[in-house]
Design a binder for this molecule. Sequence first.
Ligand SMILES: [Zn+2]
Length: 204
Amino acid sequence: MMQAPTMHDLFEEFKGRYKNPNYTWGLYWRARWTEQIALYLRLGFHTIAIQKGLKVPVANTPWKKEESLSRQRMMDYTEQGFNLAIVAGFCKPKITILDYDSKDLTTSLQDAMQKTLTCSTPNGFAFFLRGTATTKAWESLKTKYPWFDTIRDAVNYELAPLSKTCTRDKGGAEHNCEVHDYRIRTWINPATAPMDFDDFVEII
Ligand SMILES: [Zn+2]
């Protein structure tokens, strides 16, 4: 149920919802990206361009420099099929992203992902939070929930919806497997915003 969807799943959803023959998949997909890009600008997210179907930045882009993509550049990249990522430490205000590398969730985590912006990833979830975590708070969180395996709060990035990657991609410059199992990152509840890290720890 919470598995990140395939492109086919999203296409079936589109076909079920829109019966006007003039409204094509291409137009729909562009509208979905436009909506995401508006969200990233509204939340002050710092975005960078990522290679098509992969997790690594577009070659020769100075992504570690403190300059986010403009709305137009984000539109251009995504129309050509590139992925986008969000650099946690460059967002204004700063955010902290927690990777949870499993689809197994407690009731309190399921509840929390409705209250803070949370992305489904090919193998789990990424929780987007405001502020920064102390090392102590992060360590105790990992002890309570061992599936939290990465914290991003500096010059490191998380792929953003509607980026596409293979479930078997470990993040290298190249990825080859016999038949890719591509998944599209989507928000669990797109109507939320990142909540404070401390409040998150309290409710889970
Ligand atoms: Zn693959």
